[in-house]
Write a protein that binds this ligand. Structure first.
Ligand code: MN
Length: 230
């Protein structure tokens, strides 16, 4: 088979200790911490809902590196959302929550970067969020750490600082829908595959960044994620 042009290399994220994790899809959970749901104007008791980002929106950030992303076009309100990223090593359909952890390969620290003004306009009009969520470079991700080394991550601080000042703070215990419940729900709607990443939602304190800002995201036990905006 001759491709009509050379296909791009698959999206991939570095792994702590070496190697690359090839990315299949990026699923994202909306409003999964109560205080963040409240800051967005909701009660926090809604059933889980999902959106996606294209795999090539990933910006891999190796340990110890600071990677710059471009301030994106069409927005004047470019928001950070720090999130636990779950990487699946095996897929499946209709995975029960009690079996979900067996499918987790590892974890990373991610940013669900958002053009909040565009997302808000689309919400108001009942239109898709893609322009607010699924744009280029909208998914910076740290090196992944195998679950074999971390154990199942059920608790631990999750924070984001901008230029050294803390903006977001939460604990993985505060997830409304646990990682295992999220995998159960996602696997009812899609055939999950090895290489799928799940952005599990952000704690309260989302806000805007501008050119020149440096974001530092941290989750207990995982690589710190440093991303600059240029
Ligand atoms: Mn998010």
């Amino acid at each position: 088979m001759n491709y009509v042009f050379p296909p791009p290399a698959p999206a991939a994220v570095p792994v702590r200790g070496g190697g690359l994790f090839p990315v299949h899809r990026i699923y994202c959970v909306g409003r999964n911490y109560a205080e963040h749901a409240q800051e967005m104007g909701f009660s926090g008791r809604e059933p889980p809902f999902f959106f996606m980002k294209p795999a090539d929106a990933i910006v891999p950030v190796a340990e110890g590196e600071t990677v710059a992303i471009d301030y994106p076009p069409l927005t004047a309100n470019f928001h950070h959302e720090i999130e636990l990223v779950v990487a699946l090593g095996t897929g499946g359909r209709d995975i029960p929550a009690a079996k979900a952890a067996e499918h987790i390969w590892g974890y990373g620290t991610g940013l669900d970067m958002t053009r909040r003004d565009l997302q808000g306009e689309m919400k108001k009009q009942g239109r898709p969020w893609s322009i607010g969520k699924g744009f280029d470079q909208s998914a910076p991700v740290s090196a992944l750490v195998p679950k074999a080394r971390t154990g199942e991550l059920l608790e631990g601080a999750i924070t984001l600082a901008v230029n050294g000042q803390q903006r977001q703070k939460g604990d993985l215990r505060e997830l409304i829908w646990s990682v295992n419940e999220t995998i159960e729900q996602l696997s009812r709607a899609w055939l999950l595959q090895p290489g799928d990443l799940i952005f599990t939602g952000t704690p309260a304190g989302v806000g805007a960044v501008v050119r020149g800002d440096v974001m530092e995201g941290a989750i207990a036990g995982l690589p710190t994620l440093r991303v600059a905006v240029r």
